[in-house]
Design a protein around this ligand. Structure first.
Ligand code: PMP
Length: 404
């Protein structure tokens, strides 16, 4: 019983800090209008930015993929699990990102988390190598750096000069700079052009995790590299396929030699069962949409919702980072207040998650609003009105009065 008591103490400590996380259970596809725990909700929390997760063409392709290839892959890629669907998807992704890379090749992974572990452990396998990790990087990059044999140094958020000083002082034979392109809890873009210029000057790799940019950023949805007009052999691009692409998995696109190294050396690629081929087949349908006119229209709708939320929100106390992406956080500060705001919204049928430490720094608990192409003007206006009202209703003096 001592073992259980130890766990209970840990859970109690989380609860005492308003840090207990709880899952809600969706009874319908990810979409703005969702049934959650049996109740209709207007959701502002999914990363299905283009509304493809329930798109009829994608769902039909998933069904077709299951007919063609069965439900599962049956083995890891290097044994017998690599299907024609995986191969076609990789060719398609390599061609999609080719304008930004040199001699591009792509590799499909089960998840973005695993792709990030793979890139950093394979590129950073030498104990003499050095990984330069941006302070606000996603947990999967942090864990990849921890798992790599290379040394790790963290540079301050967005601080290109600090990174340059570190690169200039480095004596490592291999230097790897790694950053999110869109910071997942702020929605802010990384200064990729300046980072790439440094990486080229110092002969370093630049690993870009474009989880929140792929499909959304750039005129053709190629992501952050297209948005900034970048092209370089130093780039290693990671795109996830469970967010804007609406299905699941992720890919690395880079110079063919980097991808070959992953296939030979990356343990998160080699030692896991290949993702169901039907997912890869469905992703080909997602790419058709992302690349085509419909994708362009959906990106335009998303941009309109982002602009509308910005103009409708009239907040004085709660801060907002200057985000121009689909991720629109509202900084509340205290964990319990963030939870309270989320609960009030929930009571009105609005689903916006409260994000607390350790996902964000202590004292910066926030609501993380994510917008998607299928939100209507009325949806966005309803959310903004609810937030404007709640900010006043939950002002400290008001809360004291409520507590009295
Ligand atoms: N990188 C970033 C920046 C992310 O936000 C996420 C997912 N939240 C991932 C990587 C992991 O991707 P996946 O969900 O496909 O594992």
């Amino acid at each position: 019983m001592d073992l259980i008591a130890g766990i209970t103490r840990q859970l109690d400590a989380l609860a005492a800090q308003s840090l207990t996380r709880r899952r809600r259970t969706a009874d319908s596809p990810a979409a703005p209008r969702q049934v959650v725990d049996g109740r209709p909700m207007l959701a502002f929390c999914s990363n299905d930015y283009l509304g493809l997760a329930a798109h009829p063409k994608v769902v039909a392709a998933l069904r077709e993929g299951a007919e063609l290839y069965g439900a599962g892959s049956g083995a890891s890629h290097l044994v017998s699990g690599h299907s024609r669907a995986h191969a076609l998807l990789e060719e398609r992704l390599a061609a999609f990102e080719a304008p930004h890379l040199v001699d591009a090749r792509a590799l499909y992974f089960c998840t973005g988390y695993m792709a990030n572990l793979a890139v950093l452990t394979a590129l950073g396998s030498d104990p003499e190598a050095m990984i330069f990790s941006e302070a606000l990087n996603h947990a999967s990059l942090i864990d990849g750096a921890r798992l790599a044999r290379a040394g790790v140094t963290v540079y301050p958020h967005g601080d290109v000069a600090a990174l340059e000083a570190k690169l200039a002082a480095s004596t490592a034979p291999t230097n790897i700079v790694v950053t999110d392109s869109v910071f997942s809890m702020d929605g802010i873009l990384s200064p990729l052009p300046a980072l790439l210029a440094l990486c080229e000057r110092y002969g370093a790799w630049l690993v870009v995790d474009d989880a929140h940019g792929f499909g959304v950023l750039g005129a053709n949805g190629r992501g952050a590299l297209e948005h900034f007009g970048l092209r370089s052999p130093n780039l290693v691009y990671v795109g996830t396929l469970g967010k804007a692409a609406g299905v699941g998995g992720a890919f690395i696109a880079a110079h063919a030699s980097v991808v070959e190294l992953m296939i030979q050396r990356a343990r998160p690629y080699i030692y896991t069962t290949a993702a169901p081929p039907a997912l890869a087949h469905a992703l080909l349908a997602s790419l058709d949409i992302i690349e085509g006119e419909e994708g362009r229209q959906r990106r335009t709708q998303l941009a309109q919702s982002i602009a509308l939320l910005d103009s409708e929100l009239q907040l004085r106390r709660w801060q907002r980072p200057r985000s121009h992406t689909a991720i629109q956080p509202i900084l509340i500060g205290a964990n319990d207040e963030a939870l309270q705001v989320a609960a009030h919204l929930h009571a009105q049928g609005l689903w916006v998650p409260a994000i607390r430490p350790p996902t964000v720094a202590p004292g910066t608990a926030r609501l993380r609003v994510t917008l998607c192409a299928s939100h209507t003007e009325q949806d966005v206006a309803q959310l903004a009105a609810a937030l404007n009202t709640l900010e006043q209703k939950l002002a400290p003096e008001q809360l004291e009065r409520n507590a009295a």
